[in-house]
Design a protein around this ligand. Structure first.
Ligand code: PEP
Ligand code: MN
Length: 333
């Protein structure tokens, strides 16, 4: 349930109202926008007398929110959320380019790629240390050693870093990681979501291979309901009957999510297509339709990559995409 407050409501009146509602065991969340202030009530609102609440001096109107996602809902928070990722902002007009290899392989590789993508305008460095692989016989990532190398690349370039957390027991290793990625395969690992919800780290939450947008938002809700509101959503392609591409990039998700939620939406054209040749055009399309960021896999030698080489761009190809992306952003702004 939300109560839209009148513009003249004083802090004292708002605080009285909020205390009264909290006494009914409700969580009260205030979102102050330029034109309206929205008071969101989370919990069992069946005991709230909507008519009484709506008749109060400072209340403009009261509305029930039927969607099961509450804190992620744009109705609760009309303004776009801006998430600070180690000094780089995403959302609400701030756009970020995330680039780097699928997996961290060697010190030379990660630092080399980091320097190259930074030079080409990337804002955040990506690289997997703990890799969710379909086959147990495939390269599983360098684990803790990989994280150390990623931190070296962060130090060498000054770029914030994003990397995937698969197991909550590894959380201590992520102390200096700027953004925690929750991969598509763990989008509905609810225990993991609850645990990272108790941290204050920005979370890049990737859409599951076969999950609806509402399910994605319910997963964001798991994180937010534990107190962590720093969630960035990522569209990375979904499973369809099409086999020509690795997944099917659902670009309408960007606009649809922007209607449903205030959280930023990033597009990953690399995992969505699985083909380096398709990444540039899909990156441009994502920017054109209003994505708040893009994430692209870049490898110094894609043919020799230990993971996802077929969809990885070379640093030179990334440089070209980056220029095009910036031009498109200017055009659609
Ligand atoms: C990745 O980012 O390397 C990755 C494994 O992505 P996804 O979870 O989207 O498959
Ligand atoms: Mn990958």
């Amino acid at each position: 349930m939300i109560a839209i407050l009148k513009p003249g409501a004083t802090e004292e009146q708002i605080s009285h109202l909020s205390q009264w509602l909290q006494r009914m065991n409700l969580k009260v969340h205030l979102s102050e926008g330029q034109d309206v202030t929205v008071m969101s009530l989370i919990g069992d609102t069946s005991r709230v007398d909507m008519e009484l609440l709506g008749s109060l001096d400072i209340v403009e109107r009261v509305q029930r929110v039927s969607e099961p996602y509450k804190q992620a809902n744009r109705k609760f928070h009309p303004r776009d959320s801006i998430i600070d990722c180690g000094g780089v902002r995403i959302g609400g007009g701030y756009f970020a380019m995330i680039a780097g290899p699928c997996s961290i392989e060697t010190e030379e590789q990660i630092i080399g790629v980091a320097q190259a993508v930074k030079e080409s305008g990337a804002d955040i460095l990506r690289g997997g240390a703990f890799k969710p692989r379909t086959s147990p016989y495939a390269f599983q990532g360098l684990g803790a050693d990989g994280l150390k190398l990623l931190l070296k690349a962060k130090e060498a370039t000054g770029m914030p870093i994003v990397t995937e957390l698969m197991n909550i027991n590894h959380l201590d290793l992520f102390a200096d990681v700027d953004v925690i990625q929750i991969g598509a395969r763990n989008m509905q690992n609810f225990d993991l979501l609850k645990e990272i919800g108790r941290t204050n780290k920005p979370i890049l939450l990737k859409r599951g291979l076969a999950n609806s947008l509402q399910e994605l938002l319910m997963s964001a809700e798991y994180i937010m309901s534990e107190g962590n509101e720093n969630v960035i959503l990522c569209e990375r392609g979904i499973r369809t009957f099409e086999t020509a591409t690795r997944n099917t990039l659902d670009l309408s998700a960007v606009s649809q999510l922007h209607e449903m939620t205030h959280l930023p939406v990033v597009v990953d054209p690399s995992h969505a297509t699985g083909k380096s040749a398709l990444v540039p055009s899909m990156a441009c399309a994502a920017v054109a339709c209003g994505a708040d960021g893009i994430m692209i896999e870049v490898h110094n030698n894609p043919a020799k990559a230990l993971c996802d080489g077929a969809q990885s761009l070379t640093p030179a190809q990334f440089d070209t995409v980056s220029r095009r992306v910036h031009k498109i952003r200017e055009a659609v702004r």
